[in-house]
Design a protein around this ligand. Structure first.
Ligand SMILES: NC(=O)c1ccc[n+]([C@@H]2O[C@H](COP(=O)([O-])OP(=O)(O)OC[C@H]3O[C@@H](n4cnc5c(N)ncnc54)[C@H](O)[C@@H]3O)[C@@H](O)[C@H]2O)c1
Length: 389
């Protein structure tokens, strides 16, 4: 791989996402898919030697394979061919510090969720990105699925009327026994010093919380939460049940869990409005189920009659093929490239126009998590998410 990105390609750097990490490879595949990005630099691993070996296996140039993110910042900052954007794929606690340093130096940042471990840190990142006029995107990758984008277009176009009830589930069974004993990638998820004050709600549930607001345009105004840790030794929750109130009067519920035996991944979103309902399940992502007031039910397939323009534009292959996860992530990378490559203006502002989850949305979903943590500590008392400044 050449250090120089191909003509028209944007140069990408990556922090974290090393060999065996859960999410690094998804980013690399997604970034490659449309030929808009070339990974040219990285500080891929907390262990420099392992990171260097992995960078070599990926074909990164030796002089752009860095021992840690500070060395990467120093090495990239003054290069004429420096990376345009940095993807942050490290465990949660490090996100804010790394994102802040690269934004301050004028790089665009695509950060993994949660954007930070506190609303205050995440809000500071949003302010910094706005000052520097840089894109700050958050990898809520499921928003890239064609039929999730279809869902948003339909809801905002009035297909189900005013939303009354929101049902979110992100309940998987992967942590139903003490897997952290043999998996460092799981262990940090139950360590509040690294993960933050919430376990599975911030790890998995945050996707569903964000998606529901991203689709409906409704902010959460109140939460009442019950957190439990069913596996002994866990200091933060592996099961969360949260009742939600939304602006405009809608009510909702999220079940986020790591102990839902039998659920492989377990993300689903159902919306019930005045004139219809919509259901999307990530394990069957090409289908959106539309219930109507007249008792008819329609299955809206990706790339089929009824598919809206944004859904069609978010697909790469004709209907019937099992397109899914990588394309969803790739849609965010493609849109981020569009936001950055367009001349003039503020690329950060363009993210929202393109539907790419941005820092402000990262703050909003984190505010719901923080409110849920506070509520759970007070036996489910209603707590309002901190307003965003
Ligand atoms: N968007 C999604 O769907 C999704 C899915 C999984 C994980 N995530 C998020 O991605 C992040 C990483 O999660 P994961 O499951 O890949 O974790 P992981 O533990 O599997 O991998 C983390 C990687 O980061 C490296 N690392 C840790 N600290 C580092 C540092 N200071 N500098 C450089 N590299 C460092 C580790 O060596 C490892 O390669 C988390 O914030 C997680 O919440 C998002």
């Amino acid at each position: 791989m050449s250090a120089q990105a191909g003509s028209g390609m944007l140069r990408l750097g990556m922090v974290g996402g090393g060999a065996g990490s859960q999410i690094g490879e998804s980013h690399r595949i997604a970034a490659r898919l449309d030929g808009r990005w070339q990974l040219v630099a990285g500080a891929l691993d907390i262990d420099p030697a392992r990171g260097a070996a992995f960078a070599r296996s990926l074909g990164l140039p030796e002089d752009r394979s860095y021992s840690d993110w500070r060395a990467m910042l120093a090495g990239e900052r003054d290069r004429p061919d420096r990376v345009e954007a940095v993807t942050v794929c490290t465990p949660n606690r490090t996100h804010a510090e790394i994102a802040r340093a690269f934004l301050e130096a004028g790089f665009h940042v695509l950060c993994e969720k949660p954007l930070a471990t506190t609303v205050a840190d995440a809000s500071a990142l949003v302010r910094l990105a706005a000052q520097r006029q840089r894109a700050l995107a958050v990898m809520y990758g499921y928003t890239g699925y064609p039929q999730v984008r279809q869902m948003r277009e339909m809801v905002r176009g009035g297909a189900i009327g005013r939303v009354r009830v929101v049902r979110i589930e992100f309940a998987h069974g992967g942590h139903a026994r003490a897997v952290e004993a043999e998996s460092p990638g799981t262990a940090w998820r139950y360590d509040p010093e690294i993960a933050g004050p919430s376990g599975v709600l911030a790890d998995a549930g945050i996707h569903g919380l964000h998606m529901a607001s991203w689709v409906t345009g409704l902010d959460v105004t109140g939460v009442s939460a019950t957190f439990d840790s069913f596996i002994s030794g866990r200091r933060i929750e592996d099961n969360a049940l949260v009742t939600l109130r939304y602006a405009g009067g809608a009510v909702g519920h999220i079940w986020a869990s790591g102990i839902a035996i039998g659920h492989r991944h377990g993300l689903r979103l159902a919306l019930y409005g005045e004139t219809g309902s919509l259901l999307w399940e990530q394990e069957n992502p090409n289908r959106l189920i539309h219930g109507r007031l007249d008792d008819t039910t329609e299955i809206l397939e990706r790339d089929a009659p009824g598919a809206l323009a944004w859904s069609r534009a978010s697909s790469r292959v004709s209907g019937g093929h099992s397109e899914g996860y990588f394309v969803a992530f790739a849609n965010l990378y493609r849109d981020l490239a569009d936001a950055i490559a367009a001349p003039g203006g503020d690329p950060g502002e363009r993210l929202a126009t393109l539907g790419v989850p941005d820092g402000r949305e990262g703050v909003a979903s984190l505010a719901v998590i923080e409110a849920a943590v506070a509520s759970a500590r007070r036996q489910g008392a209603w707590v309002a998410p901190t307003p965003i400044d």
